[in-house]
Write a protein that binds this ligand. Sequence first.
Ligand SMILES: C[S@@+](CC[C@H](N)C(=O)[O-])C[C@H]1O[C@@H](n2cnc3c(N)ncnc32)[C@H](O)[C@@H]1O
Length: 280
Amino acid sequence: MTERFDLQRHVLGPLLTYGLWSWSANVFRPALVMKSLGLYRPQALGQPPAPGKLDGGGPQLSKTLAEPLLLANAPGHYDSVVEFDHCSDDYEAAVKPFSQPVFDELLGLLLNHLAPDARILDPSCGPGIEALALARLVPDGEVVAADLSRGMVETAWRNAREAGQTNMAFVQADVGDPPQIFDAYFDVVCCCLAFHHYPDGAAAVRAFRRVLRPGGMAFVADPGPKWFNDMSAPWARLADPGFVQHRTGAEFQTLFRQAGFADVYWVEALPGIGITVASS
Ligand SMILES: C[S@@+](CC[C@H](N)C(=O)[O-])C[C@H]1O[C@@H](n2cnc3c(N)ncnc32)[C@H](O)[C@@H]1O
């Protein structure tokens, strides 16, 4: 049977992918060269947290959840991730040239705090490539890879199985409404390039606070400075499935402070992309 022509899937999505790859090649790459030469001076708000490893909780859910834990009832806004269900197998190839440098910057900040027995939540894991990389960094801990898209959770689970990574669990969950088993369970929340999809950013950050143990930390990478948001939002509205909104560093700081995070640092880690680091 021939697939029906779909403007988003066949035209706008590929154009967005092309735009992301061009940004990575023409903007991220020179910025990384400048950074290696000490010539990249990013905009930042607040103070970076002092390096120090968080105590880790060790593995537990990965020992009990052999298969993905799926939602019995999807929330009303599930249609915002239906396109991610469709592209879960092809997503990595399309997005990795853009997301890898961003994730590398996030890791650079996270590694200052990561103990080998840490419990990490990736609340929007996509196909799970970053969650898999994180799981390798915490051999005595674990990574819970969650996503609202059932297709993404199942793809992430298959990818981890194929890679033979066992210290991982897979849970279908809305970022703003995590299951009770997550309460005060994690040392770290690590969220890469997903925040602009969340229907209720404040609820998401409150949930981050709820799932973290005292002293735990959240790391969020997402488009950030106003100039980039102004430039990219019209295109994101048109072509990024389930796009809700971009935020500035100041807006991220406010959201995290309102949710009760004590120290909130934001830095434009790469041109157009901010990383928020918040301590509970
Ligand atoms: C752009 S992808 C990013 C995936 C991955 N973190 C990466 O960097 O490649 C955004 C992800 O957010 C997920 N997502 C969107 N809304 C969500 C929600 N309300 N709760 C949890 N995940 C959500 C989507 O299903 C999708 O997998």
